[in-house]
Ligand binder design. Structure first.
Ligand SMILES: Cc1cc2nc3c(=O)[nH]c(=O)nc-3n(C[C@H](O)[C@H](O)[C@H](O)COP(=O)(O)OP(=O)(O)OC[C@H]3O[C@@H](n4cnc5c(N)ncnc54)[C@H](O)[C@@H]3O)c2cc1C
Length: 495
């Protein structure tokens, strides 16, 4: 029987990203996907700068660009179309990319799939289901069945459930979801041909019909309508009902309905992300209401966090116990986004007219006072895990997303990750690492690079920082003398 390093159940955006990342390191991956084609119904439309940086890591930015759209802002409006919240979405960020991108999910998934299957060590079986699995010492046996075929048994060292919200892997493993209590029915429709819409994301907070309007990629526009009590999803997705719902915004007779679906939005996160040799990633591990456009983003972040740790275990013989840091780091990060999405959802989904009037008054007054909008204003750090020790007196940068500056190399400006490649990166404000630091860096398979702009280092009171392969800051050296200790600490944590 074939033994793979990793079997990935589900080849949506999370599974495909994970397969591509593991394949890049030459790991033998078997990806099992139930469907023949990528999912065609309307789902994700937005990702952020960090996810664009992960796509840069994967080497798919050029392939993705034709499927992206940039927009100027996200706004929350009252029922009278007064602006409650204005958030610019075209700002440059410290990640080297814009803050927000709109995209077409089926096209993005095709790019990710092609990247993964282009890796010689990645094998994909479409139209094949994972049925069951059991641990057997150092490996797992996994039962799979291709459509119309007999059950086949395959073997792997690790199984990752990237099999979506209804994950069989999660259910069979007995990993439970915590419910953060958000459960709202919506219909979602993508159209083409609307001339009247703004180049923005609008959350229309009308208590009579909470609505999201998104200027999407591929010349499409997205509408999401909250259902009122008693309304049935299957009735509301009929073209004539959808045209009625869209009539306040577009000429319903001049647009083409491309696709529509009904959804219940949930807020769930797995209590544990690992049991034995089984791990969860993406929607299998968490589901969020889409108001911040972060569900797929979280799955892409999971894939990068997990991939480099699996690589250390599979290739470098690191203790598999380090995989526990995957869930302990990712769960609190996901939870912060979930709570922010729920908070945004509660603003948007208010259906009581009196409460909506009160909400509008409070938010308009806050806006007049110049207060920041009630959304997530800074990215959360990772939870406790593979980070610099000791925890006490830890620098605030530890566990946060490292900046990606532009460096001048041979007279040309290039993004940091393109200069160094992926892996550990020691970024110094100046000078060279000494011989023992260079040896430690070699054992980490890392690179040293100088970022001569001292502003960031002065602001944080540091001489250097160490970036992990998932772009999180592992730790900092406050002085040149501390660089060696920082690297030795990273090596010890990865043993
Ligand atoms: C209306 C809506 C809007 C959204 N907007 C955004 C947004 O703007 N930004 C954002 O980041 N996210 C958004 N999301 C969320 C995003 O679409 C999901 O988080 C993302 O698609 C999850 O990816 P995944 O790979 O984890 O799971 P999925 O995409 O669900 O993929 C799971 C795969 O596993 C396969 N599978 C299932 N069971 C088995 C099995 N037993 N064997 C083999 N294969 C199996 C399935 O066929 C599927 O292909 C939105 C979601 C919705 C519904």
């Amino acid at each position: 029987m074939n033994t793979y390093d990793v079997i990935i159940a589900g080849f949506g955006p999370t599974g495909a990203t994970l397969a591509a990342l593991l394949g890049r390191h030459g790991h033998r991956v078997l990806a099992i996907e139930r469907d023949a084609e990528v999912y065609q119904l309307p789902r994700a439309v937005h990702f952020d700068a960090e996810v664009m940086r992960i796509f840069q890591t994967l080497g798919v930015v050029d392939e993705l660009l034709p499927h992206l759209r940039a927009i100027s802002c996200c706004e929350f409006w009252t029922a009278d179309r007064e602006v409650l919240v204005h958030v610019p979405t075209d700002e440059p960020t410290d990640q080297g990319w814009r803050s927000d991108y709109l995209f077409h999910q089926p096209s993005l998934e095709k790019v990710l799939r092609e990247k993964a299957t282009g890796e010689p060590s990645v094998e994909l079986r479409l139209c094949t289901e994972v049925l069951d699995f059991r641990e057997d010492g150092e490996t797992l046996e996994v039962d799979i069945r291709g459509h119309g075929h007999e059950v086949e048994r395959v073997r792997a060292r690790w199984l990752v459930g990237c099999d979506g919200a209804n994950s069989l892997v999660r259910r069979k493993t007995g990993l439970e979801l915590e419910d953060l209590i958000f459960d709202e029915p919506w219909v979602v429709v993508d159209i083409r041909g609307a001339k009247e819409l703004r180049d923005a994301v609008i959350q229309f907070c009308d208590p009579a019909r909470p609505t999201t309007i998104v200027a999407g990629a591929h010349d499409m526009q997205r509408f999401e309508f909250m259902l009122r009590p008693g309304e049935k999803g299957e009735e509301m997705v009929r073209p004539e009902r959808l045209r009625e719902l869209m009539a306040p915004w577009v000429d319903p007779d001049s647009i083409e309905i491309v696709r529509a679906a009904e959804y219940r939005f949930h807020a769930l996160v797995a209590k544990d992300w690992l049991r034995g040799r089984v791990l969860l990633a993406g929607d299998a591990a968490h589901q969020t209401p889409p108001f911040l456009g972060q569900g797929m983003c979280a799955g892409i972040r999971d894939a990068l966090n997990l991939s480099w740790k699996l690589d250390r275990v599979l290739r470098c013989g690191a203790d598999p116990a380090l995989l526990a840091s995957y869930g302990s780091e990712r769960a609190p990060h996901v939870r912060t986004f979930l709570e922010a999405a729920i908070a945004a959802g509660r603003i948007i989904c208010t259906q009581d007219p009196a409460l909506a009037r009160q909400r509008d008054k409070t938010m308009l007054e806050a806006r007049e006072r110049g207060e920041p909008p009630p959304t997530l204003n800074s990215l959360p750090p990772l939870g406790e895990g593979l980070l610099q020790t000791p925890e006490a007196d830890r620098h605030a940068l530890v566990g946060t997303l490292a900046p990606q500056p532009r460096l001048t190399v041979d007279g040309t400006e290039r993004l940091l990750d393109d200069v160094t490649g992926p892996g550990f990166r020691l970024v110094l404000r100046g000078g060279e690492p000494d011989a023992s630091a260079r040896r430690a860096l070699e054992r980490l398979e890392g690179h040293a690079v100088t970022w001569p702009d001292g502003g960031f280092f002065d602001e944080h009171g540091i001489h250097a920082f160490l970036i992990r392969p998932d772009h999180a800051v592992f730790g900092v050296a406050r002085t040149p003398e501390q660089v060696g200790t920082l690297l030795e600490d990273a090596l010890a944590r990865l043993a």
